[in-house]
Design a protein around this ligand. Structure first.
Ligand SMILES: *[C@@H]1O[C@H](CO)[C@@H](O)[C@H](O)[C@H]1NC(C)=O
Ligand SMILES: *[C@@H]1O[C@H](CO)[C@@H](O)[C@H](O)[C@H]1NC(C)=O
Ligand SMILES: [Cu+2]
Length: 182
């Protein structure tokens, strides 16, 4: 890679911070998807900044719970009669592929009313950045920070270091040369 290419990559990295790898979020963190312990899923979601391509993991005992994606109206009233989709594996990974609100609740009678509902909201941005690639290394229990995807700074660093050394050499020559002339 030439120096010009490295510079271009560094500039691209600087102006496109929204190009990030996907994060994996386990709903409720260690508690998971449950009605035990009074997990506040609204508070849980409020501390996250969900992005396109992020994976939301619902972990629960499928004998007692499920996951239904519903409309805003059904979410508000805990109406489980006509879900958009239903997940029942007990370990459901759902990739968020569109912006806006994604409403989920547990369809077992009484559970939504007890607070087992969550709104995953992906901010609507003006950006037209390409959808990020899901990270193969992400763990479901630990939210991964959104970091730049391309390894450009690593590639550019030795060249920048070489440039810095040249600059230091130039200053040394000037520093030694000036007193000699005086
Ligand atoms: C629940 O939602 C369905 C479909 O939107 C609707 O037909 C039904 O009347 C709703 N039930 C209640 C109790 O609101
Ligand atoms: C859920 O699935 C993920 C991979 O999709 C896996 O790493 C994790 O161990 C699973 N958890 C349980 C409790 O099976
Ligand atoms: Cu439930």
């Amino acid at each position: 890679m030439g120096f010009a290419a490295a510079v271009v990559l560094v500039v691209v990295m600087a102006v496109m911070p929204e190009m990030a790898v996907a994060a994996v979020y386990k709903v409720g963190d260690a508690a998971g998807w449950t009605i035990i312990g009074g997990v506040d899923y609204k508070q849980w979601a409020a501390t996250k900044t969900f992005q396109l391509g992020d994976v939301i993991v619902f972990e629960y005992n499928p004998q007692f719970h499920n996951v239904m994606r519903v409309t805003h109206g059904m979410y508000k009233s805990c109406n489980v009669s006509r879900p958009i989709e239903t997940h029942t594996s007990g370990n459901d990974s759902i990739t968020i592929e569109s912006r806006g609100h994604h409403f989920f609740l547990c369809g077992v009678p009484g559970h939504c009313q007890a607070g087992q509902k969550v709104d995953i909201n992906v901010q609507r941005l003006t950006s037209t950045a390409a959808a990020p690639q899901p990270s193969a290394l992400a763990s479901p229990s630990v939210p991964i920070a959104h970091t730049p995807a391309a390894p450009a700074p690593k590639a550019a660093a030795p060249r920048l270091a070489a440039g810095f050394v040249l600059l230091l050499l130039a200053f040394s020559v000037v520093a030694i040369g000036v007193p000699a002339l005086a």
